[in-house]
Design a protein around this ligand. Structure first.
Ligand SMILES: *Cc1c(COP(=O)(O)O)cnc(C)c1O
Length: 508
C-alpha cells in the first residue's frame, strides 16, 4: 500500500501551495505569494511540500543554466505556465551576465568556487533579482492586479543595487531602497546613488541594516497605510530575500553546480558534496537546504558567519540571541543580527507548526532572543556553523592569492576561512562547493589591503586598476560604469521617518 502510494506520486506534478510560517490556514498560489512578499501576519511564505527533482542528475548535467532553471522552478512555481516561466528565464539570464554559463565554477586551493557574481551588479543578488521583476509582473497579470507595484527594500549593500538594476524603468513598478548610510562600502554606495530610472528612489538612513529592515517590515504591516495605498492605486511588494520569488531562483545554481561537476567528471553520479555559504539573512543557504530536500546529493550545509556570529552561536547552543554589539566588518552584506530567512528553517524543525514558530518569533521581537527545544536542535544535523574574524578573513584572501593567484572577495573569504576550520575539525574530504557571492572588485579596498598594506595609499579607482592587474581579470562593466557617473540620489533620513519618505515619493 505504501509502495503504491509512493509510486502514485511519481510523474504526477502536485501543485505547490504556500502558507505563512505564522498561520497555516491561509494557502496561496506561488504567484500570489510572490506578489505579497510577506504574509499579512508578518510570517514568511513556505511551500506546503518540497517536490523532488524529476530529471536525473545525468539529464541535468547536459543542460544549460536556463534549462536547469526551468526544471527547478517549474516544480515550485506550479501555477506558472511553461511559456511564462521560460519567458521570465530568458529575459533574466541573458547578456546582462558577462559569461554564457551564468555561474562558472572555478577550482582553487582544494575547493570549487561557484562564482555567482557575473550579473549586472557583480554580486550574487543578481542571480535572483534579475528574474524577480519578471516573475512579479507575470504574477500581477495572472492575478488581475491593476495597481502599480511599489517595491520596498532594505539593503545591507548588494540587494539594493541589484533590485534597482532589476526594476529600473520596469513599467507598472516603482522601487524605494533604504540602506544604512555608514554601513556599506564606497563602491556599493556609489553604485546605488548613481542609479538611473524615473521609478527609482534611494535613501540612506541614520541607523544600521537591522534598523532599515525593521523599518521596512513595519511599513509592510501598516494596515492603515495599505488602505491609503489601495485608494491611490498602489500596493507594496518586497524584493528582499524573504520573497519566495528570490528563494526559488537561488535553488537553481546549486543544482547547476552539481550538474557541472558531474558533467566535468569531477564527481560520480550521486556522490555527495558539501556546500559552504557566506551567510547573512540566511536566504542563500536556505536555498541550498531546499536543493538538498529536492534530492540533490548535498551532505553538509556549512554556514559561514563574520564577527556578527549570531548564527554560529545558534547552531552551537540552540539559542538565537540578537542582544549583542553590531559589528561593522569588511563583509558588510553579512553584517546582520536578525537573519530573516532562518524563520523558514525554524518553522520546519518545529514540525511545520506555525503556532510554535510564531511564539519563538514573538520572543525574538520582544526579548531579542529565543531558544529551540532539544528535539528541534536534533534536526539541524545537516548544518555546520562557524565564523571567521577580520584577521582570519584577510589572511585567507592573501593565502589563496599567493597560493594560486585567485582573488576572492571578503564575503567569499569568510566562507573559505570557515571551510578550512570545518576540514580541520572534521577531516571530511568530500568535494566542496563554496558560494562565491561577490566580485572582489566590489570590495576592492578591503581585498587589496588584505593582500598588501601598501595599497592603503591608493584611491578607490586606482585600486580597481591595480586589482585588475594582479588578478589578471578585466575590470567588470559594473565598475567601469560608475567611475564617472553623476550622483542622482542624495536623500538621508532618520529610521523613524521612513514611512513619510515613502509617502512623499508616491505623492501621497
Ligand atoms: C547578501 C550577501 C550575502 C548573504 O546572503 P544571505 O542570503 O543574506 O545569507 C553574502 N555575500 C554577499 C556578497 C551578499 O551580497
Amino acid at each position: 500500500m505504501a509502495y503504491l502510494q509512493e509510486n502514485a506520486q511519481i510523474g504526477v506534478a502536485m501543485e505547490v501551495f504556500y502558507s505563512s510560517t505564522r498561520n497555516q490556514n491561509e494557502k496561496v498560489t506561488a504567484s500570489a505569494a510572490i506578489l505579497k512578499g510577506l504574509s499579512d501576519d508578518g510570517g514568511l511564505f513556505v511551500p506546503d511540500h518540497i517536490p523532488a527533482l524529476d530529471k536525473t542528475l545525468k539529464e541535468l548535467s547536459a543542460m544549460t543554466y536556463q534549462e536547469v532553471a526551468y526544471e527547478v522552478m517549474k516544480l515550485l512555481l506550479t501555477d506558472f505556465t511553461e511559456e511564462e516561466l521560460k519567458n521570465c528565464i530568458a529575459k533574466a539570464y541573458d547578456s546582462k551576465f558577462d559569461t554564457e554559463v551564468i555561474a562558472p565554477l572555478v577550482e582553487a586551493k582544494g575547493a570549487y568556487y561557484l562564482e555567482l557574481f557575473h550579473g549586472a551588479t557583480i554580486a550574487f543578488k543578481d542571480m535572483a533579482l534579475s528574474i524577480l521583476p519578471h516573475l512579479l509582473i507575470t504574477s500581477a497579470r495572472k492575478n488581475n492586479v491593476k495597481n502599480e507595484i511599489v517595491i520596498l527594500t532594505a539593503t545591507s549593500g548588494d540587494t539594493g543595487k541589484a533590485a534597482l538594476a532589476g526594476f529600473a524603468d520596469v513599467e507598472g513598478t516603482r522601487i524605494v531602497v533604504f540602506y544604512p548610510k555608514n554601513g556599506v562600502s564606497p563602491i556599493q554606495e556609489k553604485q546605488m546613488v548613481t542609479q538611473k530610472g524615473a521609478n527609482t528612489y534611494v535613501v540612506g538612513i541614520t541607523g544600521n541594516f537591522d534598523d532599515a529592515q525593521t523599518g521596512v517590515k513595519n511599513i509592510f504591516s501598516d494596515k492603515e497605510l495599505a488602505k491609503e495605498m489601495e485608494e491611490k492605486g498602489f500596493q507594496f511588494s518586497s524584493a528582499n530575500s524573504i520573497n519566495i520569488g528570490r528563494l526559488v531562483p537561488q535553488i537553481v545554481y546549486y543544482v547547476y553546480a552539481y550538474a557541472k561537476l558531474l558533467a566535468e567528471e569531477k564527481i560520480a553520479d550521486g556522490e555527495t558534496i558539501n556546500v559552504v555559504v557566506p551567510t547573512g539573512n540566511f536566504g542563500n543557504i536556505l536555498a541550498a537546504f531546499y536543493a538538498k530536500n529536492m534530492g540533490l546529493p548535498i551532505d553538509k550545509l556549512i554556514c559561514a558567519s563574520n564577527d556578527n556570529k549570531v548564527l554560529y552561536d545558534f547552531f552551537e547552543t540552540g539559542v538565537y540571541d540578537r542582544n549583542r554589539e553590531f559589528v561593522l566588518t569588511t563583509s558588510p552584506s553579512m553584517d546582520i543580527l536578525i537573519s530573516s530567512n532562518l524563520e523558514r528553517l525554524i518553522y520546519r524543525i518545529a514540525g511545520n507548526d506555525a503556532e510554535k514558530n510564531a511564539s519563538l518569533m514573538a520572543a525574538l521581537s520582544g526579548q531579542g532572543k529565543y531558544e529551540i527545544t532539544g528535539e528541534m536542535k536534533a534536526q539541524l544535523k545537516d548544518f555546520y556553523g562557524n565564523y571567521a574574524d577580520e584577521a582570519c578573513t584577510a589572511k585567507t584572501i592573501k593565502d589563496i592569492y599567493e597560493d594560486c593567484g585567485y582573488v576572492i572577495d571578503t564575503h567569499t573569504a569568510v566562507a573559505a576561512a570557515v571551510y578550512d576550520k570545518y576540514v580541520a575539525d572534521t577531516k571530511d574530504e568530500k568535494k566542496t562547493v563554496i558560494a562565491s557571492t561577490a566580485s572582489p572588485f566590489k570590495f576592492t579596498r578591503s581585498v587589496m589591503n588584505a593582500i598588501d598594506a601598501k595599497y592603503d595609499e591608493m584611491g578607490d579607482f586606482e585600486l580597481v586598476d591595480e586589482l585588475s592587474k594582479i588578478a589578471n581579470v578585466a575590470v567588470p562593466n559594473a565598475i567601469e560604469e560608475i567611475r564617472t557617473a553623476p550622483v542622482l540620489h542624495d536623500h538621508v533620513c532618520d529610521k523613524e521617518e521612513m514611512k513619510d519618505v515613502v509617502k512623499k515619493f508616491l505623492g501621497m
